[in-house]
Write a protein that binds this ligand. Structure first.
Ligand SMILES: [Zn+2]
Length: 271
């Protein structure tokens, strides 16, 4: 008896020192299932990878959008479809001045399943382009989020030019500092931020104090995300979320739960 008790204590201690087991269910705000992924991973396989990583629901956008539909058809409760305005990777650079992209977006939106438009890339100089303007109007009319992979100058301009639209800022601007993100959250109530690829949040596994302060100040405004932007990313989804769980575990429980999944569930309730 005594020996098995000891063994239990030992295993518990070892478990505590090793990689943390999944503590929080995850709402992943940044997944793509784009054309090159389709041959490497079936929709079933992708869904099982997400489930194994603790992902309960995920925002998915794909190039082309058919990738998102493939997952949504298999798991309508687990997939939050965003409409990406790229028919192919070639649209990434100039979609903002292509009326063909606008026609594609308007046609696809007729499906009525989408909860957002994006992820799209945009520079500050192109924020006012007529195609962007119309897409922002469509988002407001249909109560859709806009997921923007842009720097802090461009997100500020988007929020200023389109004050009625709700924005999900991809990668927290990729290189924007925690204090810049905090200042923007303070100024713009329609801004939410996802943290895909932001390894600076917890370098070496330890939560950065400046990010921690912003998370605690604005717990309702952050979401986590993976970004499967190339096919090889599907191999690391589980490890990536292991790292996310580790820094979430260093936050006050309520803050961690909000960022892990409650914000996603609140912003994108099951239809
Ligand atoms: Zn992405």
């Amino acid at each position: 008896m005594r020996r098995s008790w000891l063994l239990g204590v030992l295993l518990f201690a070892l478990g505590g020192a090793g990689p943390a087991a999944a503590q929080f269910p995850i709402f992943d705000a940044h997944i793509h299932y784009s054309r090159p992924d389709w041959d490497a991973y079936t929709p079933e396989r992708v869904l099982s990878i997400l489930a194994a990583a603790g992902v309960r629901r995920a925002i998915v956008s794909s190039t082309p959008d058919d990738g998102t539909l493939k997952l949504y058809e298999k798991a309508p409760k687990g997939i939050v479809p965003f409409l990406r305005p790229y028919r192919s990777r070639g649209d990434m650079g100039a979609w903002h001045s292509d009326t063909g992209v606008l026609a594609y977006v308007e046609e696809r939106l007729k499906r009525g399943i989408y909860r957002g438009i994006g992820e799209f890339h945009l520079s500050a100089a192109d924020v006012g382009a007529p195609v962007v303007q119309r897409i922002a109007e469509l988002a407001v009319e249909r109560d859709l989020f806009l997921q923007a992979h842009v720097d802090d100058a461009a997100i500020e301009k988007l929020l200023t030019l389109y004050p009625k639209a709700r924005f999900l800022w991809a990668h927290a601007g990729m290189s924007s500092s925690a204090s810049t993100v905090g200042r923007l959250l303070d100024r713009f109530p329609k801004l939410w931020v996802e943290l895909a690829l932001r390894t600076d949040v917890a370098p070496g596994g330890t939560l950065d104090p400046e990010w921690q302060a912003v998370f605690v100040k604005y717990p309702d405004r952050f979401l986590v995300g993976t970004d499967t932007w190339i096919t090889s990313r599907w191999e690391i989804v589980r490890d990536y979320h292991g790292d996310v769980q580790r820094w979430l575990g260093q936050l006050p429980r309520e803050v961690a739960e909000a960022i892990a999944w409650k914000n996603g569930e609140r912003l994108f309730p099951q239809p």
